[in-house]
Design a protein around this ligand. Structure first.
Ligand code: ADP
Length: 476
């Protein structure tokens, strides 16, 4: 089975969130199960720098680009997954992130940047390049034009899968794109890729793919409702017989307290006491008051509305008063960043705030924190709650999307039958009482340890999910 996995980010080359983790771990897991899966990714500077590349196709002309692109190939660092890289300096080689400039503004030519990514993927789908995939596996809006291109210029030997990692990002652009990308006028319609007078890359993927997946079973249901469907709930309900939720896994080679290269002390389920050394290290790194009785709550997130950090900010003084400390890592909304910095100044011994993206610190927080807070308004899957459970760090989450699929609330029944792994609340006004519940149970060492053990023993590996993708590929 040959699969082209098309993505706009992949750890460790370039990552802004969960899609980066998935684009590394899922192809690796698929390869281990015998699938010939290869990645296709734009040639951002950090991608070109980290891979040893050879040219496999030169001077490919793609309308509406003036310059030709080149297709390079390499192998994912430390792995065996082949990676195809699109070399096109004018589109991809610039300072800033994959989607935004250094000021945090979307690149003005994103339609062209990701339209070209989609066009190159479609060339593979048409079997015009050396590798001839049977499945083109697309991920998020950046790759949404692929299924449309392959529908209007079909190849009977290729099927498309569209995976939604987040419905909230749709890639909306002007209607002139239709012509530019060689799509017929009839595609610009309600049953095609039109969304209120614009071209929606995501809708193109959802309308024209052979199958839709999303990253947790619960989110597959959520997105068929107005509250989570971001205006596309009708289309998703129509296509529900071709929509599956497959839960993400975690890569236990990268995220594992027994081997994690970023930790000051490794630990396992049998040596949980050593976890405290990581807590100590975090406290001394950020000059927080040192005490074993005070639980440390971790947060790692993009500081955006979705993640509910604006709900945490006003209750930080209460959380501290209730006897906890917080370590926060993230970046995003400038107002939130400012409020957090001000609070950190006010509570230097109880709150540390690091703005920015820091892979190493993210691992250290997962290992050092006692609890991990994710009050997300919606969460397609969420990886940090799974990393947390695997690190014996108890998650406090809202019952939504993948969080609801993965965390079992510490109700008295679940504590008794030893299935509890965290604390779950429904509505925003229950957030603080849920944190209080966690702080109370933290004092009952035996119960706390049982929560840790149950979480650490869960199987979050990619094997199970990768098998589900494989049976979907075969079915198609
Ligand atoms: P999302 O994809 O919505 O951002 P996920 O929970 O699925 O949320 O995945 C987030 C991933 O990005 C995790 O691996 C998390 O550790 C990482 N991450 C998020 N923010 C930061 C940051 N500021 N520094 C380091 N890693 C981060």
């Amino acid at each position: 089975m040959r699969v082209l996995f098309v993505t706009s980010e992949a750890y460790p080359l370039v990552k802004t969130g969960g899609l980066g983790d998935v684009s590394y771990a899922l192809p690796n897991a698929l390869r281990q199960l015998g699938i010939d899966v290869r990645l296709l990714i734009p040639g951002y500077p950090e991608v070109l720098k980290q891979l040893s590349l050879i040219e496999v196709h030169e001077n490919i002309r793609l309308y509406p680009l003036d310059e030709p692109i080149h297709l390079l190939a390499g192998i994912m660092p430390g792995e065996i997954t082949p990676v195809y890289v699109i070399k096109c300096p004018s589109l991809y080689e610039r300072d800033g992130g994959p989607y935004q400039d250094t000021e945090g503004k979307d690149w003005v030519d994103n339609a062209l940047r990701f339209g070209i990514l989609s066009k190159v993927a479609a060339l593979f789908g048409h079997h015009q390049l050396l590798f001839k995939p049977q499945i083109v596996h697309c991920n998020d809006w950046q790759t949404g034009l692929v299924p449309a291109l392959l529908t209007f210029h079909p190849n009977p030997n290729t099927r498309t899968v569209m995976s939604v990692h987040n419905m909230a990002y749709q890639g909306l652009f002007g209607s002139e794109l239709i012509d530019e990308f060689g799509l017929p006028p009839e595609s610009f319609s309600l049953s095609g890729l039109e969304y209120y007078g614009k071209v929606s890359f995501l809708k193109a993927g959802l309308s024209y793919s052979d199958w839709i997946t999303t990253v947790s079973p619960n989110y597959a249901k959520d997105i068929q409702t107005p509250a989570y469907g971001c205006g596309l709930e009708g289309l998703l309900t129509q296509r529900q017989t071709h929509l599956t939720g497959i839960l993400n896994g975690i890569d236990t080679k990268v995220w594992n307290p027994e081997t994690d290269q970023h930790l000051s002390r490794h630990y396992t389920i049998k040596s949980l006491a050593a976890k405290a050394r990581n807590t100590q290290a975090l406290r001394s790194q950020f000059k927080l008051a040192s005490s074993k009785q005070i639980p440390l709550i971790g947060i790692i997130a993009r500081l955006i509305d979705q993640k509910g950090i604006d709900l945490v900010v006003p209750i930080i003084p209460d959380i501290i008063k209730a006897g906890a400390q917080l370590v926060i890592l993230g970046s995003g909304d400038k107002n939130l960043e400012l409020s957090l910095l001000q609070l950190a100044k006010h509570y230097p011994k109880q709150l540390s705030v690091t703005l920015g993206y820091d892979e190493k610190l993210a691992h250290q927080i997962e290992a050092g924190a006692n609890m991990f807070l994710m009050p997300s308004r919606f969460e397609p899957c969420g990886l940090n709650q799974m990393y947390s459970m695997y690190y014996g760090t108890i998650p406090i989450v809202r019952r939504t999307g993948g969080l609801a699929d993965t965390v079992v609330d510490a109700s008295s029944e679940h504590i008794q039958n030893k299935t509890a792994t965290g604390f779950v609340f429904e509505n925003s006004d229950e957030l603080f009482s849920c944190i209080q519940r966690a702080l109370q149970i933290f004092r009952h060492k035996k119960i706390w340890q049982q929560l840790q053990i149950t979480g650490m023993s869960r199987d979050f590996s990619w094997q199970k999910s990768a098998r589900q993708y494989i049976s979907l590929y075969h079915q198609l």
